[in-house]
Design a protein around this ligand. Sequence first.
Ligand code: C2E
Ligand code: CA
Ligand code: CA
Ligand code: CA
Length: 280
Amino acid sequence: AKELGKNRYVHYDADLDARAVEHAQLAADLSHALERDELHLLYQPVVDLPSGQVVGVEALVRWNHPRDGMVSPMRFIPVAERTGLIVPLGEWILRTACQQAAQWIREYGADALSRISVNVSARQLLEPTLPQTVASVLAETGLDPAQLTVEITETAVFGGGRAAETVAAIHALGVSIALDDFGTGHSSLGLLRTCPVDVLKVDKSFVDGVTGTVEQEAIVTSIIEIAQALGLHAIAEGVETGAQADRLHTLGYRLAQGFHFAKPLRATEIESLITSNGDG
Ligand code: C2E
Ligand code: CA
Ligand code: CA
Ligand code: CA
């Protein structure tokens, strides 16, 4: 029994080592990714359901690893969070997204595309200087604060420190706050009292149920009622079918995002989309 115990200990330890090495390698590679130009942003359209027009985009980061190819943000954002690298990385994402949006608005007008959404993670909200960073990026790029939305999650706000105050300071700049993955946390409703939220992003897991049973649809219905009662915008995320889009529209949703409309696109693809907006 002693032998077995020892062996099992060794096995467990080796696994842990392998994971630690992999994590350390990813973290090391990521620390050079910015300077080596391996990162870029994609932009997923947000669509107005009644007209079908693109009204905004969400910036989503991509990492093209020289050896492993595309690494999902689901994998490298948590690594960047743990190492603190998300702070400079997040600033680059914010600046790149705001620069791009300001350029689009100058070129095509705010009627063609009126806002950009940027994801901000828990670790970034622990930086008391984040509101100043947002303010200088806006000043630098000339983007109107009303054209920027910062997406946060409930876990980020409850992540400790003065995260809620930081969110309030960003909101005070005139920037909108969106609550991402709404409904998946433990106290999404409680957060609406603590935080100045403007937009609810309804998680895909609920949107999936919209053409399902009455019970499944009830969640999506309740969320739009909450949004309407509190004067908030609601964006249905992960809409994959025309049937879902139609049903969401019928239930009172105006804004949606998902593969049914467009997957995250390169900047040039967004430009073709903007210039054909309204052409039918
Ligand atoms: P998220 O913010 O909830 O972003 C939505 C994710 O759903 C994106 O995945 C998007 O590509 C995907 N998606 C959009 N429409 C559909 C659909 O119709 N069906 C399906 N199955 N998926 C859809 P992505 O780009 O892989 O990003 C995953 C997560 O990584 C994001 O979730 C966000 O939490 C994080 N992330 C991505 N970019 C950034 C960033 O620039 N900064 C930070 N802090 N986090 C980011
Ligand atoms: Ca998001
Ligand atoms: Ca989301
Ligand atoms: Ca998510």
